[in-house]
Design a protein around this ligand. Structure first.
Ligand code: CAA
Length: 286
């Protein structure tokens, strides 16, 4: 089947980023969220970022217009019925994802592949709620999607070779490198990244250093573009906590227990950049 239309559910930072790179690769994109206004805002934000690229001389005005014209904001799951390929990019919530995959299974043509951008939840469990587990796959993009080169691909127990091949080819069209992970909670990237972030939260919790010193230490001491606490704020502390919970319960090892300080920040609604405060305060930084 030739794939022309990407259906993306979830117009948050990940869904919007995936819409951006899919449109840049020439696919038509249906970008859905529960409320149309959220999908429209995501498209407007993509357009603003492209306008900056045009200003910097990194993109032509025609290319900008062509890219945004490929993105159609829509409302709700049923609006994705015409899609040739689905990517789900909602919160890291297994119950919600399963409910959505049941709906996709009902509304999408039988040949359509259903991909999830889950960053940690086993694909096999999500696939099992559909009647097409051979066509369910993990397609884990990194944030910010237009900048990061990687997509981590996760095959569920039943995922077919054809589904895997098609997904790898789509990633290549979007100029992304791919790696393959076994379908174990957390996969490769978050199995390694999240314990580092969690350990940085413990270092802060135990008063080993200030948030600024922990971040500068890791930035300048290990050449990472962002310190771990700054990166956690960028990803979202709610997402980091959800991934740590998946590692902790899925792998059953106490070394993955979420840091109480991380949990407390989430309880306080200090979710990182998106709420203006996380381990760092962004209210003064604009
Ligand atoms: N969307 C599109 N482009 C973006 C962007 C976004 N959200 N944020 C930044 N960019 C672009 C900028 O436009 C700029 O492009 P040009 O060079 O063409 O002008 C470029 O990225 C660099 O941006 P800045 O100069 O503003 O900032 P920077 O040099 O500090 O880089 C960064 C910002 C790319 C985010 C960098 O700090 C970085 O790489 N951080 C680490 C990000 C990371 O580790 N991501 C993975 C998170 S883990 C994950 O996603 C998995 C999971 O499941 C949790």
């Amino acid at each position: 089947m030739s794939i022309r239309t990407f259906g993306i559910l979830g117009a948050g930072q990940m869904g919007a980023g995936i819409a951006h790179v899919a449109a840049a690769a020439g696919f038509d994109v249906l970008l859905a969220d529960v409320a149309l206004a959220r999908a429209e805002k995501a498209k407007a934000d993509i357009d603003k970022r492209l306008a900056k690229a045009v200003e910097k001389g990194k993109m032509t005005e025609e290319a900008r217009r062509a890219l945004v014209d490929h993105i159609k904001p829509v409302e709700g799951v049923p609006a994705l019925a015409p899609a040739d390929f689905i990517v789900e990019a909602v919160n890291e919530d297994e119950t919600l994802k399963k409910q959505l995959f049941r709906q996709f299974d009902e509304i999408c043509r039988p040949e359509v592949i259903l991909a999830t951008n889950t960053s940690s939840i086993p694909i096999t469990r999500i696939a099992a709620v559909t009647k097409r587990p051979t066509q369910v796959i993990g397609m884990h993009f990194m944030n910010p999607v237009p900048v990061m080169k990687l997509v981590e691909i996760i095959r569920g127990l039943a995922t077919s070779d054809a589904t895997y091949q098609t997904t790898v080819e789509l990633c290549a069209k979007m100029e992304k490198a791919t790696i393959v992970s076994r379908d174990i909670s957390g996969f490769i990237v978050n199995r390694i990244l999240m314990p580092m972030i969690n350990e940085a939260a413990y270092a802060l919790y135990e008063g080993i250093g200030t948030a600024a010193d922990i971040d500068v230490g890791m930035k300048l001491g290990t050449n990472q573009p962002m310190g771990p606490l700054e990166l956690a704020d960028f990803i979202g502390l709610d997402t980091c906590l959800a991934i740590m919970e998946v590692l902790h319960t899925g792998l059953g090892d106490s070394k993955y227990r979420p840091c109480p300080l991380l949990r407390q920040h989430v309880d306080a609604g200090w979710l990182g950049r998106k709420t203006g405060r996380g381990f760092h305060d962004y209210t003064a930084k604009g």
